[in-house]
Ligand binder design. Structure first.
Ligand code: C5P
Ligand code: C5P
Ligand code: ZN
Length: 503
């Protein structure tokens, strides 16, 4: 077959073949936007293929969690958005006859090999910027839609009322009822949400294998790709809030400045209110958008924003065309934040339900969680700004203790890069308290540092091992868990390794 990522065809076919032969499948996935979309894609594909399965979510896949998965006594376990980095432990269970692992992941693989392993890094495709966990799951879903003689199955099951993972959802998979259901191409929208959620749209646009998935989604009629203002909240935020909260590109006199943002909008000579309420970006005509965007660019230039940053004001946006205008679900970036707001607060069930089509109780619940998540991010960032970071020779770090939830400390660390007092050209390491015994570590770098040799998955893996913990991830973003009290020793070792990598 010719899947969306030809280099992965063979691996995808082998994984699909193995899943089709399974009696029942336990689908295990990671608790973030990419993990949720991975699970939703895989669940829908398994359901359409007529396979029995159950879904579980895990924060980190450590030995204890893998053992608990083994204890479920499924003959086949499908890992999505994790698994590659834990292959040593997973292989031990496989050798013991506990289960057969099938993996669709994009994290740095451990040295051990396994038979059913779909990971872009095994074929020279970058797992940090070219394919996400949801993308790998999508490649698998496309292969699952093929019968063994190579033809796509009719796959209409998602529309006949039998819903994937029905205990979670009361509707069909997002985008169901459109073209591309028979071959699972309707799932491309979720794959794009996963990639955007993992920050793979480097330079404002998806590349490589991700771009192939975008093309399939556009062809299937579920996705639209366009150039637009790069600010977060185009679907849902009233215009002044859209501009005021523009943390992506800071514009003096507008960003973080409510009255400044309102004055700017008032000065454009447009009628930007309706019934006394501010309109949203999606409510504007093309012409009005043009006026606002170009005035914004002019203002940024006039206020001394660098050309590079001004370029960043415009980016490629990915629109899920089957979703209603003015909802978080229509914009890949807003959708992914909504999902993080569920999964990172122990409500992965809610996020999965939304991915699978719940537009009522699940969506309502997700929106409530989103308000809390937003507040936590903004308070977290505020905390970093006021407490500052500590500089070592080759990295900078902060220890949030209990001030930032361990499940979002990585997101906050990423947002902190470039704020005042945090050097944008130095890797950042963040600690948060996980329990009395354990500390969570998150690390973030930049594309430029990676080009110079930085590989944070190695840094997190080796430095955590040196202090009795474990970790991994991607070159540009990685994490670890270490014993409480080992933070200083961990930083010393991590600082050394980063020095070696960049030296
Ligand atoms: O486990 P997973 O791969 O889904 O998580 C990837 C993490 O790496 C996300 O939190 C994402 O925000 C982060 N990332 C980043 N910058 C990149 C790529 C990924 O901060 N360029
Ligand atoms: O948690 P955080 O967002 O910082 O994670 C960044 C990346 O590191 C993710 O891809 C995550 O899966 C990975 N990670 C890991 N092992 C850990 C913690 C995080 O592989 N113990
Ligand atoms: Zn991922």
């Amino acid at each position: 077959m010719a899947g969306p990522v030809p280099a992965l065809d063979e691996r995808a076919a082998a994984c699909a073949e193995r899943l089709r032969a399974a009696d029942s499948v336990l689908l295990a996935s990671h608790i973030d936007a990419d993990g949720l979309t991975s699970a939703a894609i895989a669940a829908t594909a398994l359901e359409r293929a007529g396979l029995d399965f159950e879904v579980v979510f895990k924060n980190q896949l450590d030995d204890a969690e893998i053992a608990s998965i083994a204890a479920r006594e499924y003959d086949t376990v499908l890992f999505t958005d994790f698994g590659s980095g834990q292959l040593d432990c997973i292989s031990d269970h496989e050798a013991a006859g506990d289960f057969t692992p099938v993996i669709a992941d994009h994290h740095q693989p451990a040295d051990t090999g396994t038979e059913y392993h779909l990971n872009p890094l095994l074929e020279g495709i970058d797992g940090a910027s070219e394919l996400s966990g949801a993308g790998a799951s999508y490649v698998l879903a496309r292969a699952l839609a093929e019968t063994s003689d190579g033809a796509a199955t009719d796959g209409g099951q998602a529309n006949d009322g039998s819903v994937p993972a029905s205990e979670y959802a009361d509707g069909g998979a997002a985008g169901a009822g459109v073209e591309g259901v028979a071959d699972n191409r309707d799932l491309a929208g979720l794959a794009v949400v996963g990639a955007v959620g993992d920050m793979q749209a480097v330079g404002g646009e998806l590349h490589g294998a991700n771009a192939n998935i975008v093309a399939e989604g556009v062809a299937a009629g579920v996705l639209d790709e366009g150039t637009d203002l790069a600010l977060y909240g185009k679907q849902t935020r009233p215009l002044p809030k859209l501009l005021e909260y523009s943390s992506e590109v800071r514009i003096p006199g507008i960003s973080n400045d409510e009255s400044g943002a309102i004055a700017f909008l008032d000065g454009l000579g447009l009628d930007l209110k309706e019934g006394g309420e501010w309109r949203r970006w999606v409510d504007l005509t093309d012409e009005e958008r043009q006026t606002v965007a170009s005035s914004l660019v002019q203002r940024a230039i006039k206020r001394g924003v660098s050309a590079e940053k001004v370029d960043g004001l415009v980016a490629t946006t990915y629109t899920l065309t089957a979703e209603p205008k003015g909802t978080e679900l229509r914009d890949a970036s807003e959708f992914s934040t909504l999902l993080n707001a569920t999964a990172r607060y122990e409500r992965a069930d809610v996020g999965l339900a939304v991915c699978l089509g719940d537009r009522e109780a699940g969506l309502e619940r997700a929106r409530k969680l989103l308000r809390t998540h937003r507040r936590n991010l903004s308070e977290g960032l505020q905390w970093v700004k006021s407490e500052g970071v500590t500089r070592e020779d080759n990295l900078q770090w902060f220890d949030a203790g209990d001030a930032i939830r361990e499940t979002i400390v990585g997101i906050v660390a990423g947002m902190a890069v470039g704020v005042e007092g945090v050097d944008p050209d130095t890797p950042i390491v963040a600690f948060a308290r996980k329990s009395d015994e354990e500390t969570k570590v998150s690390a973030r770098g930049t594309g430029r540092l990676v080009a110079q040799g930085l590989d944070l998955s190695v840094v997190m893996g080796e430095a955590s091992e040196a202090v009795g913990g474990g970790g991994g991830g991607h070159n540009v973003a990685a994490g670890a868990t270490i014993p409480a009290g080992e933070e200083r020793a961990f930083i010393d070792r991590a600082d050394e390794i980063v020095g070696d990598q960049l030296g």
